[in-house]
Ligand binder design. Structure first.
Ligand code: ADP
Length: 766
């Protein structure tokens, strides 16, 4: 379960985080195997002992794994001669026959043999059973040059234990030890090893006493070990079979004696470490196998065996058992460098490194996610708060807005309303919300509503007027701005409407239009009265003028008659006085009639002006003003003045009427010039809000501020008695024309300095 979980965790970890790092790591296998030559040929591993014997198993594993690492893809054949359990010549003979049967016709490339007797067997029978095969050995004790005498194409690794190394390190860790018990079995290989140990430890003679316990039974060994005085040491050598023929694994005896041993036991083989020995400089079956396999690979790759020397000093491993170090209070810091300590209790971190990092990463990711979520939640809360404030604000505005704000579903159902809707309609909210606006409150037909909905689907509808019937049956005209929206309670489209009650405005507009219509008809009536009056009053005037002249003539005739001598003098003088007053009266009558004639003429002109239809053409003001100025050349020359006309904007209007406006204004500028200075008239124009504005300025006598409104009145003249001819009608005509032409006229003037008359007319190019 745990393994599976670890695998899953590791996979996730690797895929999440270590994938980039894992890629180069995995890719290193590729080049290695790619570099290796394809290695062919059958390989046999011939073990002298049985499967399950750790020494043999270690070597076999070492050979197999190194072959695979080196690129040998086939599965080696493995044979076990099982010598420990069947140590008889018959067994060897039977094996000989069996192997000859199996391998004589099957060429083997390399035969790996483990342990002395297997090598002896192979060398003895190689021609018959392994013809042509190269032999690589491992686990060979007591190797000398004689071992391979007369043999070719044989190489391998010597099993040479390192008792000196083990004794060295043991004595270093136990400097006070005085006796070392060395245990070996009585087998051939055991005794060979024992002798090599005895030869090597001779150097310690004098310092430590070595006692060899050879070919003892395990029970005897146990007893001997238990009798050891504390502070001394035991070296466990090879023990594979007791003198009764019972076989033992390399580590088996140690397992039996170690628990009851009062002293530390050191060993010579790696297989014993972890089974009860403290440790030592250990010979490793696996390393033996690996060394042999390296040689085998070179042979398979085609290298001449003669060039591959026998490894007589095999690599050792300094290995110790943490539990035994603890048991005997040995300070692990005293161990030589490069020592391997097994069974060291691993920290939680070491034991669960991958899981630890997996969870650290997961927790890290979760923390990051929590942090992101916390930030998001805070931001969300902030946004919600801001939204709520905004919503409250909008709701308050909507609720107090004087305009009606409400929303409907497209079936007319009222979804929401503000206070203005309630107060204008007079209905309570319960009556409004939920009921159909179209059917209950509006005057629109089904067709009109469909048209409105269609228009709304295309975009907002503005200024859409609907008549609303209030709760008391009154009709209110509401001008709606309508737009579509999305409401949770609306099945289809939601319509949001902002409506203004325009009932009063509508009434006012109607009243104004009515008033304008009346005004227009009154104006027309007045104009026709003026026209008729001014026209018809002229004929009696003509009569008065005619009869006045006749009366004057009759007076002249009567005067001639009275000059007769026959008329008495006093009568003559009385008649003279009567005639004088008649003449004066006639003069008043004539001048009044003339004045009335002028006034009536003016009125007639004015009323005709109102009757004329106006054109609306584009007028070239440069040409028009030029014509006016040309027509006034005489007056201008008489006054000695000068006129400066800037390029003028075109305008829209009736050219004849506009000509009259400019003629009047320029004529006035000439007429009312100041005698003490030379007259200067300027005409210019500019644009102002779509209107062309013209200015006619002069440096004449000017108009007092108090008079500046009066000059526009009909027949109003500032100096009626002056020599300057005029009727006081020109400016009235000007204003009338501009009123009818969508234009304006106004004056800015300073008494004694001059005046500027402004005329604004629609621009000609708009
Ligand atoms: P009229 O020129 O026939 O008297 P208008 O209606 O043209 O009548 O002018 C009314 C009065 O405004 C004039 O009598 C004059 O006193 C005054 N007025 C008009 N234009 C000017 C001007 N450019 N400078 C000074 N006074 C002016």
């Amino acid at each position: 379960m745990r393994t599976r979980f670890e695998r899953i965790a590791r996979t996730i970890l690797l895929s999440l985080l270590l994938l980039p790092a894992a890629l180069p790591a995995s890719s290193t296998v590729g080049p290695l195997s790619a570099q290796a030559q394809p290695l062919t040929g059958d390989v046999l591993i011939l073990n002298y002992y049985q499967a399950g014997y750790s020494w043999t198993d270690d070597q076999t594993t070492g050979i197999r794994e190194m072959l695979r690492t080196g690129g040998y893809r086939a599965d080696p054949i493995v044979e076990y001669m099982d010598w420990k359990r069947a140590p008889s010549k018959e067994n060897l003979d039977a094996l000989y026959r069996l192997y000859r049967l199996k391998y004589a016709r099957r060429p083997l490339a390399v035969v790996f043999v483990t342990d002395n007797a297997a090598l002896d067997f192979a060398l003895l029978h190689r021609k018959e059973i392994f013809p042509g095969a190269k032999i690589v050995f491992s686990g060979i004790n007591g190797y000398t040059e004689k071992t391979l005498a007369g043999q070719k194409e044989v190489t391998g690794v010597v099993e040479d234990v390192d008792p000196t190394g083990t004794v060295d390190v043991a004595l270093k860790l136990h400097p006070d030890a005085r006796e070392v018990l060395v245990i070996f079995d009585g087998t051939e290989s055991g005794q060979a090893a024992r002798n090599s140990v005895a030869a090597k430890v001779a150097q310690y003679r004098g310092r430590v006493k070595f006692r060899f316990l050879d070919d003892a039974l395990v029970s005897e060994i146990e007893k001997e070990v238990k009798r050891m005085s504390p502070g001394n040491l035991v070296i466990q050598g090879a023990y594979s079979r007791d003198r009764n023929g019972k076989t033992y694994n390399l580590d088996e005896v140690v397992k039996i004696i170690a628990p009851g041993s009062p002293v530390p036991i050191y060993g010579l083989w790696e297989a014993m470490c972890g089974r009860g020995i403290v440790g030592g400089s250990l010979l490793s079956g696996r390393i033996q196998g690996e060394e042999a396999a390296r040689m085998g690979l070179r042979i398979l790759a085609g290298e001449d065996v003669a060039r591959i020397p026998v490894v007589v000093k095999p690599p050792m491993v300094l290995m110790f058992d943490y539990r035994q170090l603890q048991r005997f209070g040995i300070d692990s810091r005293l161990l030589p460098a490069q020592s391997i300590v097994i069974n060291r209790p691993v920290s939680f971190y070491q034991a669960n490194k991958q899981i630890f990092w997996f969870f650290i990463v997961v927790i890290g990711i979760l923390c990051a996610a929590v942090a992101v979520l916390a930030v998001a939640v805070t931001a969300r809360r902030k946004a919600d708060k801001a939204l709520k404030i905004e919503k409250d604000y909008i709701e308050r505005i909507i609720s107090i807005a004087p305009t009606m704000i409400c929303s409907f579903a497209d079936d007319g159902r009222v979804l929401s309303t503000n206070r203005a809707v309630l107060s204008i309609s007079g209905y309570p909210v319960q009556a409004l919300e939920g009921s159909s606006w179209w059917e209950t409150f509006s005057d629109k037909s089904r067709e009109q509503i469909d048209q409105l909905l269609y228009a709304l689907r295309q975009g907002p509808v503005l200024n859409h007027e609907m008549t609303l019937t209030t709760n008391v049956g009154a009709k209110r005209v509401i001008s709606w701005h309508l737009v579509t929206g999305v409401h949770e309670d609306a099945v289809g489209m939601e319509i949001i409407g902002v409506g203004s009650d325009v009932t009063e405005r509508k009434l006012a507009e109607e009243e104004r239009e009515q008033f304008l219509r009346e005004l227009e008809s009154m104006n027309k009536e007045l104009e026709s009265i003026v026209y008729v009056a001014s026209h018809d009053l002229r004929s009696p005037l003509v009569n008065i003028q005619g009869f006045s002249r006749k009366l004057a003539k009759a007076c002249q005739e009567m005067n001639a008659l009275l000059r007769d001598d026959r008329v008495p003098g006093d009568l003559q003088s009385a008649c003279d006085s009567i005639q004088g007053s008649i003449g004066k009266s006639l003069h008043f009558i004539t001048s009044s009639v003339e004045k009335m004639d002028t006034l009536l003429g003016g009125l007639l002109r004015l009323s005709r002006l109102g009757r004329k239809a106006l054109k609306h053409d584009r007028v070239d003001m440069n040409g028009l003003v030029e014509d006016v100025v040309n027509a006034m050349t005489y007056q201008l020359r008489q006054s000695g003045g000068e006129i400066e006309v800037e390029p003028l904007l075109p305008c829209l209007g009736d050219a004849v009427q506009i000509n009259q406006v400019f003629s009047n204004l320029i004529d006035n500028a000439v007429k009312y010039c100041a005698p003490e200075r030379r007259l200067r008239i300027g005409i210019s124009s500019w644009m102002d809000g779509g209107q062309a504005v013209f200015r006619i300025s002069d440096n004449g006598i000017g108009i007092p501020l108090a008079q500046q409104e009066k000059i526009w009145e009909i027949f109003h003249r500032l100096n009626p008695g002056s020599d300057v001819a005029g009727e006081g009608l020109g400016l009235t005509v000007v204003r009338r024309i501009l009123d009818r032409s969508d234009g304006k006229v106004w004056v800015e003037s300073e008494w004694g300095k001059g005046s500027s008359f402004f005329v604004s007319l629609p621009h000609g190019d708009r």
